[in-house]
Write a protein that binds this ligand. Structure first.
Ligand SMILES: *Cc1c(COP(=O)(O)O)cnc(C)c1O
Length: 433
């Protein structure tokens, strides 16, 4: 469920009209709903209540400090993948002791930083990494808490670029090799075997792949727990969200009727997984990113031109792939709606940005209400993997981000100044004039 809906024909977020925000802050504009973030966190927290659990928000999905502050205030920890992310946790007021550190390429410097900050666990992706962590910990006279990321070789049945749990990709240690790795890791003096981890992919809309992966892992986790006194089992993130009919999904009735629909609610997820996990007697960690923040954000853009060619109706907007790369990168669908509700016939349209790439489009041949120059559109469900993947391609400034909470709104990142894009660049000494 989320807090974006039409009220008297105007698209609102928690009682704040988005066209009013546009007047104040311009476009392209990311708008996040704090109550939606809190609701999603709470729904997961409630669903997992029968278990000793920790929710580590996968901050790569959205690392704006205000978004992170919201989740830290809910009691959440963070799933981090770099020194930069860990530093951001601290800047946002989060607790490093509730952080896990994932990723296949941790550098010595990153490991040292994480150790000094006392993170909860390193999610280790290879044996060379384990040896490196042990070495750095020895140098600092510390003990590094670790979990091995197991690749359970279960196909999540999602987009190829977001599948992570099969032997075709770079993540984790093969299921069959894991026990050997733990046995060898145990001999490393500066390693503490604290848990075991998996993450099979993203945007999973059914519970089945999670269930298959957990069932496959259970005997292994039992054995590892018995042998090495593990404390936790992290089942990763990956809960999918609604991208189509995103607006309809704001309605409580729609949400309640969801049992019949093909969407994965925390209740469904927990109904299947909690009974499997409970007998383990371990702390369970989940690392949701998209589920918490995806539907909690929209990207608002202005229509600059409507260009009709022989075959096509192009709606050219002021946001582009540098602001939201998901359609270009993952073929993703984002629902696109006008800020002022429009009746009448629809026109099959391509919504495109101004960037010089054919891949710079938000939708193709989609029936949309007729719009013209100066109208505004919202790209829904843009809260996850949106702003975080933005770039300065075409020397376009990074968009403004606004957080809304119950009729209040605040800029949580001002629009980047155009000059700031090249501020730190300089000519080589021999080019000075
Ligand atoms: C990306 C990632 C997540 C979060 O994935 P979502 O689909 O956004 O929930 C969690 N854990 C790991 C290890 C990841 O790489």
């Amino acid at each position: 469920m989320h807090e974006f809906r039409y009220v008297n024909g105007r698209l609102q977020c928690e009682g704040v009209a988005l066209d009013a925000l546009v007047k104040q802050h311009g476009t392209p504009l990311y708008v996040y709903s704090q109550s939606t973030l809190e609701d999603h966190y709470q729904k997961l927290d409630d669903a997992l209540a029968p278990l000793d659990h920790l929710i580590c928000f996968a901050m790569k999905a959205n690392s704006n400090c205000a978004v992170m502050r919201t989740l830290a205030d809910c009691g959440g920890g963070f799933d981090t993948v770099s020194e930069g992310e860990l530093r951001r946790v601290i800047a946002a007021g989060g607790d490093p002791r509730k952080c896990v550190f994932a990723g296949v390429g941790k550098t010595e410097r990153e490991i040292e930083f994480a150790l000094r900050k006392g993170i909860y666990s390193f999610n280790v992706e290879s044996e060379p990494e384990l040896i490196r962590i042990n070495k750095v910990a020895a140098r600092l006279k510390k003990t590094a808490p670790i979990a091995v990321r197991v690749n359970p070789n279960v196909d999540a049945g999602t987009h190829a670029k977001i599948t992570t749990g099969t032997y075709e990709n770079k993540f984790g240690i093969a299921f069959e090799e894991v026990e050997g790795v733990y046995a060898r890791a145990r001999k490393l003096k500066h390693i503490r075997l604290r848990g075991v981890q998996m993450h099979i992919g993203s945007q999973l809309t059914e519970v089945k792949p999670f269930e298959l992966a957990v069932r496959k892992m259970l005997p292994l986790v039992e054995r590892l727990k018995a042998r090495h006194a593990l404390e936790f089992f992290s089942i990763g993130g990956g809960l999918g969200i609604i991208y189509q009919s995103a607006l309809a999904s704001a309605a409580p009735e729609w949400w309640q009727a969801s049992a019949a629909k093909k969407i994965l609610t925390p209740a469904k997820y927990a109904a299947t997984l909690v009974p499997l996990l409970q007998p383990l007697g371990l702390r369970i960690i989940i690392e949701p990113g998209r589920f918490i923040v995806g539907n909690a954000g929209v990207l608002v853009t202005r229509v600059e031109y409507v260009k009709r060619t022989g075959r096509k109706n192009f709606v050219i907007v002021d946001a582009a792939m540098n602001d939201l790369i998901r359609p270009a990168f993952y073929d993703s669908y984002h629902e696109i709606v006008p800020l002022q509700k429009k009746g009448g016939a629809t026109v099959s349209s391509d919504v495109v940005g101004p960037v010089c790439e054919s891949g710079d489009y938000f939708c193709k041949d989609r029936p949309l209400p007729k719009v013209g120059e100066g109208d505004h559109l919202a790209l829904l469900s843009a809260g996850a993997y949106g702003f975080v993947m933005a770039s300065n391609y075409n020397s376009r400034a990074l968009a403004t981000e606004v957080l809304v909470k119950r009729r209040k709104s605040a800029v949580v990142r001002p629009r980047q100044k155009i000059e700031a894009i090249w501020e730190t660049e300089q000519p080589a000494p021999w080019q000075k004039r």
